[in-house]
Design a protein around this ligand. Sequence first.
Ligand code: PMP
Length: 408
Amino acid sequence: GMALRPLPQIGHIFQLTASYKADPFPQKINLGVGAYRDDDNKPWVLPVVKKATNILVNDPAVDHEYLPITGLPQFTSAAAKLILGKDSPAIAEERVSSVQTISGTGANHLGALFLSRFYAFPRDGGREKTVYLSNPTWANHRAIFNNVGIQHVDYQYWDPKTNGLAFKELLDTLNTAPDRSVFLLHPCAHNPTGVDPTQAQWEQISDVLLKKHHYAFLDCAYQGFASGDLDKDAWAVRRFVEKGVPMLVCQSFAKNAGLYGERVGALHIVAPTKEAADKVKSQLSILSRSEISNPPAHGARLVALILNDPALFEQWKDDIRTMANRIIAMRKELHRLLTEELKTPGNWDHIVNQIGMFSFTGINSEASKALTEQAHVYLTTNGRISMAGLNTKNIRYFAENLDKVVRA
Ligand code: PMP
């Protein structure tokens, strides 16, 4: 057979889902899911996506030819305006290179691959190409960078004492890293903590990035899904562009359009000049060609329709608010149950202060395991819960059992 070296296990999170599915207990809850669920715990096809799908199905001009290597132009240009703002100076000056990618994961990969080839990493003293990742971060970041020969170091992000941002430590790392280091930042709805810097903190972060000539690798997987407001969730990205921080941004339509399996995303690299942007685009095109040849068409067509049609765009914003508001309502209800009804020991304000799909509860791995083993509540052992797994029918059961393990 093949000469394979010992293979590591894949994702803990996929194992969790399998155990949940196999569990016959009627009140079981899956809080590991990285996807939105409605109040009946069902996946939700956005009404605007259904409408756009019908338009596409009935459009005689739609065929199954290849898209251009860099993607559907009506998609990439509208996607750039969505994240950078329609009046973005960088777009007006034609210095943004946008490429359609295999969702946010593909955008992270292509961004990392591009930097591994073309970025002047600080290499003094035999230093390896390195990216700074938040601790904790999305479980895939490490693998994505390591795959393209970029090592990672962690910067402290979560402060277990406050269940909030370790802001001083973050600034210290920014200040002490060698000039021109690459920092991965989540511009909204940090995964897995749900903790974001305030606008004032983003100002300070971007000031240090500029002073140190660092590069900002912005991974934005939750625009609109976090607060319900597309512009609000893009604030940090747009502010970075305005201030001239060297940067790229990874964009995903998995969460905000519920198009998880369609793999719709984009990478936008903001260059200092149009000439530089043209070169970047040509290199991105060469890299993408060797990996996927042509990106998938269907999801990009759906999103292009929604972004470019004013009525569909308005409806999408309604659908986004439906998702964001349900999640925010679950945060408030969980907070109320714990603090007012159950009087659970400890401070639970972080449940309502955190944003997006995930919440870091602050419970330890024993408590997390006890929830799974005793109450059939499935969550990762770092205490992260997906708020989307909670609904009006199961939230009380969850709160009561969380209360129990906290008191144990
Ligand atoms: N980045 C972050 C921070 C994420 O949380 C996710 C989704 N879990 C992604 C990127 C990529 O997701 P997708 O490839 O489905 O767009």
